[in-house]
Write a protein that binds this ligand. Structure first.
Ligand code: CTP
Length: 404
């Protein structure tokens, strides 16, 4: 989970009426755990779905529900609350509240607070699919975006009313990621990043195959960090059991050849390519179409292997390659093999894992190989490391120096 962006931030979390209010309990917990302070403000309708007592217990602060709250000595809650905030987040944002915001209405504490704000406003819509598709709602959302308000979601899927479609609120974890993303420095704004992640799976027959122990965590962490840095991210993933990072376009593949083809379809349009996947070097020539049977007395099966395409090297060979970054999985002598591998693959930057192979682990320590020499980054969890690597990559992009 991305947390650094939210440490020390002060958020006003505005809740409006909707069954998705239950998700805000979890969202509040995630935000406070990440070091943010959360001031909950609820509309009258929101209090019908979850109580202010619950929200007070989770946020650790008294909840505001009324413009006429006697606890605010000057009766200026609508001004005072937003002046301390780094952002106001409305979650869930009902159809009615989006309409109010689009028209600048101010008839309760939360709507008045929004009109009187001097900080960014994020809304997380939650409603029935027909309500979302209604032309009036769509007009209002267009207006909100034009007014510089960030609209996060909505999600698609089964709804509380039993219908299926667009309109339901992002899950708490995705909302949390989207808020963290909002606060990340946009050092890759306008850039297109293509990544590979995870293992590949090379079939022997319809039920068996060869794979490896890559978990995909590093590649997914990099995809998340690149998205949070403002990039448009396309993640080509081998078979892994990981959630797609919020805002990332994911394409699932199985074999090295499929991963190669997916990458080569998009590489010419990418500004940055990061090959994080542990791609199988070989595949079985002519995998059996039928399950290979174990028949008593018969000889053991033998397999002939052929080499898979080298995806990283193919991208680096393009006439106008993106800034191409490789990873090195080595079980020994990284310092020797790293630079040799970078030169062999003809990439400007190669990232090597220091120490034992770290497949599946949450911590990592890396060394950067480039023509100018080597750089070591301190040991950190994969998400922190991913953010640091994105800064290092952004710093090395040609024609731009977004962070100096
Ligand atoms: N890679 C690739 N396509 C392959 C093999 C590797 O794109 N068929 C990429 C990986 O994604 C990684 C880099 O090349 O970015 C290095 O992968 P690694 O497995 O360390 O190197 P190999 O080229 O396979 O060399 P070796 O197995 O001999 O160490």
């Amino acid at each position: 989970m991305a947390t650094a962006e939210l440490a020390g931030k002060h958020l006003v979390l505005g809740m409006t009426g909707g069954i998705a209010c239950y998700k805000i309990a979890e969202l509040t917990r995630l935000l406070t755990k990440a070091g943010a302070t959360v001031q909950v403000v609820m509309t009258e309708a929101a209090t019908q779905f979850i109580t202010p007592v619950t929200m007070q217990a989770l946020s650790g602060r008294p909840v505001f529900t009324s413009q006429w709250d006697a606890r605010v000595p000057n009766n200026m809650a609508h001004i005072d609350l937003s002046r301390e905030a780094d952002a106001i987040v409305i979650a869930p944002a009902s159809t009615d509240f989006l309409a109010k915001l689009a028209h600048g209405m101010a008839d309760d504490l939360l709507s008045t607070l929004c009109v009187a704000r001097d900080c960014p406003l994020l809304v997380v819509p939650a409603m029935n699919r027909q309500m979302w598709q209604n032309p009036a709602t769509q007009r209002n959302v267009t207006q909100l975006r034009a007014d510089g308000i960030d609209v996060l979601g909505p999600d698609s899927g089964p709804q509380a009313c039993g219908e299926v479609g667009d309109g339901r609120m992002l899950e708490a974890a995705a909302t949390f990621e989207a808020i963290a993303s909002f606060f990340s420095p946009k050092i890759l704004s306008g850039r297109r990043v293509l990544l590979t992640a995870g293992p590949t799976f090379e079939p022997l027959d319809p039920v068996r195959g060869i794979t490896n122990r890559s978990s995909g965590k590093m590649g997914f962490a990099l995809a998340r960090a690149a998205q949070q840095a403002g990039a448009e991210v396309h993640l080509v993933a081998g078979p892994v059991a990981l959630e797609t990072p919020w805002g990332v376009f994911r394409e699932d593949v199985q074999t090295a050849q499929q991963m190669h083809d997916a990458v080569m379809r998009s590489a010419a349009h990418a500004d940055i390519f990061i090959g994080v996947a542990a791609v199988a070097d070989w595949r079985v020539d002519h995998a059996s179409e039928q399950k290979i049977k174990k028949t008593a007395g018969r000889a053991l099966p033998t397999f002939t292997f052929v080499e898979n395409p080298d995806i990283l090297a193919s991208v680096a060979k393009l006439p106008h390659p993106p800034f191409t970054v490789g990873f090195a999985a080595e079980s020994g002598d990284l310092e020797v093999h790293g630079e040799e591998k970078r030169v062999r693959k003809n990439v400007p930057l190669l990232i090597g894992n220091l120490g034992p192979l770290t497949f599946g682990m949450d911590d990592n320590e890396v060394i950067l190989f480039e023509a100018a020499g080597v750089t070591r980054l301190p040991r950190a969890d994969k998400q922190t490391l991913a953010r640091a690597l994105i800064v290092e990559i952004a710093r090395r992009l040609p024609d731009t120096d977004p962070i100096r």
